[in-house]
Each structure stands twice: as structure tokens, then as C-alpha cells.
Design a protein around this ligand. Structure first.
Ligand code: ATP
Length: 403
């Protein structure tokens, strides 16, 4: 087993870190990559205003999740949990004990590589792990790496050093990024889920007014609240909702915002959902109390209204996007249908739903509602009363799925 170890302060983690992690996984063929935020880095002070270590851990976890390699890329709190300075030699000894059979690879950028001989206990470091060094800028070529590699190999004959070139080199440091963030800039150097986390927690001097975010910021916040694997679906729903709004003359901005936020609470626990509903006075029936899948639309709507300042129309569209209900507005229908048939959805009958969505929105809504009812019956699950009422209302108003 090959394990990559990527240490740093990750204050905050940026796209340069992401490019390095991705390239190291590919080139070294890693089975596991551990991203390990340092508690007290031995060679640099944590600057004033550094967020609490829990935030750095959470942001590093988001970076790991952004790689979309579950089971491979993980964050480890081991240095944050250890007392005192975070010496890499201690980390490698601990990992060697934990994975005695594994080949460890220590990943580092140019700045770290060029000073490696000055680190605490370099013998242990070079005994326990191979070194995988990569440039941080276009200038960091072989001319920069070769003398240090020779020096290390002479001083530590067992040293195993490999240098790799990052295909997606991003010339940025966390120091520079912190300066940019404090001026309201720098989003382009961050993965959206990390940027959203920073905005929502108000880290690094960002003072975003969450109730008046522009679209890229709203997307970032939504993506920060979910797992990366859900983002494709959220993007698809946003795009489909906007197309449908254009087709049916609804407010495109509202459709976009509802699409962006509709699943933002998808990963909360049942208890968290219930707490939010209680906080904002959303009544719940017995079925909803036991089915978190039904609750995320209600809590998503609460976030949209109370955290992101969205208007009633967006609140209502998100609120009804899972169960549907009798007598829906055009925007509510659009979000329901877009969520059902956005381009990433793949199930028997989705093509028919896609056709209907642009021909007759009510027919598409009824087809969606009836597909859900059918699925619930097959799985012997209860059908929510609002879903049954949506079906009855549409049928009473002469809607069929024919034609
Ligand atoms: P700071 O500016 O606060 O010193 P940093 O940007 O150097 O931070 P660290 O968290 O200290 O980030 O870096 C962790 C590791 O990532 C180090 O090995 C570093 O060399 C490497 N690294 C940092 N930035 C980049 C980048 N843009 N491209 C590739 N590697 C990078």
C-alpha cells in the first residue's frame, strides 16, 4: 500500500494544494492520501487571525472531499490532536507504526523541499518516507531541485526522492490569499466549497453579507454545505430550472437561486433537521419526523429564507420540491420538475419527463408525482399526504400524463 502524506498549515487550503494532491495521487499511484494540518508548525508562526484549528481541519476535509476519491483522500487530525510542535518525524513514526507494511510518501512544494535538511530529525523523515517534491511556480524547474536532491542524497544515502511536475500549477500561497480575502478578493484561488466555508464562517476578514450574496458566492455557500458528489446534481438542477423558467416565463433569478439552494441541508442529521424546523416554527407531521429525506426541503427553505435572505417565492419552491402539493405556483413546479429530470438524472422514463417538461409543465409535474407514488408503493413506503393531494389536484383539473 502506498500512502501519501500532505502536511501543511492549510491556512486556508487553496487550489495549489488541490493540484498537488491530485498530481501526487496520479503519479505515485497512491492508495491513500492523508492531508494533515499542522497544530504548531515548527518553521513558521501561525499568523494573527488564524482561525481555530477546527476550522483549518474542516477546510482541509473539504479539500479532501473535493478530490472526489472517497476512501483514498482523507484528512487526519493527528497533528492537531498531538501536544506541542508538529514535527513531521513524529508523524511519520506514528504512521509507520499504524501502517507497518505501507510505503510512505511525503509530499512537499519547493519551499519545503529546499529546507528539508534543516527540519527536525531529517534522518527519521528520510528513513521512513520517500519524498515527492513539486514546483509551486513555473520557475521551479530541475535547476532548482537538482542541487538539493544531490545534497540530500549525499547526506542521507537512503533518501528516495522523486520530483513531479504539476499539470495544473497554481501560483498562490496561503499568505497571499489571506491578504486577498481580507480585501474581498481571491475566490479564484479557492475551491468553491472552501470559499463558501470561509464566507459562511466569516474567516480571514471576509465580511460577506450572507443575505445579499451574488450568484458565485451563493453557489460556494451551498456547495460548502454538502458533499462534493452532490454538486453535479445541484448544478444540473440550477441550469435546468433556469431553462424551464425561460420556457415558462417565470423569474429566472429566483429559479436559479432555488436550484442552487434546494439541497443545501441534504446531509444534516434527522435531529439537526428537526432542530431547524423547531427554531423557525415549521410544523412537522409524524411521517416527516421519521423521514429526513422529506425534511431537507423544509430545512433547505429555512436556510434560504433566514440565512441567505431569499424571498418567499424561493422559500416556497424549495419547501415543496420533494413532496409537491396541491395548486403549485409555476416556480414551485419548475423546481420540482428540474430536480427530477436535470441532465444527470438517469432512470426509466426520464426522457419522457424531459419532453413533457418543455411541452406541458403540469403533465410533467403529474408524471413526476406519479413516478414517486409508484416508487413508494413498490418499496412499501408511505406516501406523503401532500404528494397524494398534488396528484388529486392535477387530475381534478383535467391533467393527464398522456399526449
Ligand atoms: P503560507 O503562505 O501560509 O506559508 P502555503 O501556501 O505555503 O502557506 P502550506 O499549508 O504551508 O501553504 O503548504 C503545505 C504544502 O503545500 C507545502 O509543502 C507547500 O510547499 C505546498 N504548497 C503550497 N502552495 C502550493 C502551490 N501553490 N502549489 C503547490 N504546492 C503548494
Amino acid at each position: 500500500m502506498k500512502i501519501g502524506i500532505f502536511g501543511g498549515t492549510f491556512n486556508p487550503p487553496h487550489l495549489g494544494h488541490l493540484a498537488a494532491a491530485r498530481a501526487a495521487i496520479d503519479v505515485l499511484g497512491l492508495d491513500k492520501l492523508l492531508i494533515i494540518p499542522a497544530a504548531i508548525p515548527p518553521h513558521k508562526e501561525l499568523p494573527e487571525g488564524t482561525p481555530a484549528s477546527g476550522h483549518r481541519l474542516a477546510m482541509a476535509a473539504k479539500l479532501a472531499d473535493a478530490l472526489l476519491l472517497p476512501g483514498v483522500a482523507e484528512v487526519s487530525p493527528m497533528e492537531l490532536e498531538r501536544q506541542g510542535k508538529s514535527y513531521t518525524s513524529d508523524t511519520l513514526e506514528a504512521l509507520h507504526k499504524q501502517y507497518p507494511e505501507a510505503r510512505l510518501w511525503l509530499l512537499m512544494g519547493t519551499d519545503m523541499f529546499l529546507t528539508l535538511h534543516l527540519w527536525h530529525d531529517p534522518e527519521t523523515i528520510l528513513k521512513r518516507a520517500g519524498i515527492c517534491a513539486f514546483g509551486r511556480t513555473e520557475q521551479d524547474g530541475e535547476a532548482v531541485f537538482a542541487p538539493q536532491r544531490e545534497h540530500l542524497q549525499k547526506s542521507f544515502p537512503k533518501a528516495d526522492i522523486t520530483t513531479i511536475t504539476l499539470p495544473g500549477l497554481v501560483d498562490i500561497s496561503s499568505t497571499k490569499l489571506r491578504e486577498l480575502l481580507a480585501k474581498g478578493e481571491g475566490a479564484e484561488y479557492l475551491h468553491p466549497c472552501v470559499y463558501g466555508y470561509i464566507l459562511m464562517k466569516g474567516l480571514y476578514g471576509t465580511r460577506a453579507d450572507l443575505k445579499h450574496l451574488d450568484i458565485p458566492e451563493l453557489r460556494a455557500c451551498s456547495y460548502a454545505m454538502v458533499q462534493e458528489k452532490r454538486v453535479r446534481h445541484i448544478r444540473g438542477t440550477e441550469e435546468e430550472a433556469v431553462r424551464l423558467a425561460r420556457r415558462w416565463g417565470a423569474n429566472e433569478d429566483y429559479a436559479r437561486r432555488a436550484g442552487i439552494l434546494h439541497d443545501c441541508t441534504k446531509y444534516l442529521t434527522g435531529e439537526e433537521h428537526i432542530a431547524i424546523c423547531e427554531q423557525y416554527g415549521v410544523p412537522l407531521d409524524d411521517l416527516e419526523r421519521t423521514a429526513p429525506k422529506l425534511l431537507h426541503s423544509k430545512t433547505g427553505a429555512c436556510m434560504a429564507r433566514h440565512i441567505f435572505g431569499e424571498p418567499d417565492e424561493v422559500y416556497e419552491a424549495i419547501f415543496w420540491h420533494t413532496t409537491a402539493k396541491a395548486d403549485m405556483t409555476v416556480l414551485e413546479k419548475i423546481l420540482y420538475v428540474a430536480d427530477y429530470m436535470e441532465p444527470n438524472r438517469d432512470f426509466d422514463g426520464v426522457e419522457r419527463l424531459r419532453e413533457l417538461a418543455y411541452q406541458d409543465l403540469d403533465k410533467a409535474l403529474l408524471l413526476g408525482v406519479e413516478t414517486t407514488i409508484q416508487e413508494m408503493r413498490e418499496r412499501q413506503l408511505p406516501i406523503h399526504s401532500n404528494t397524494a393531494q398534488a396528484q388529486a389536484w392535477l387530475r381534478d383539473h383535467g391533467v393527464t400524463t398522456e399526449g
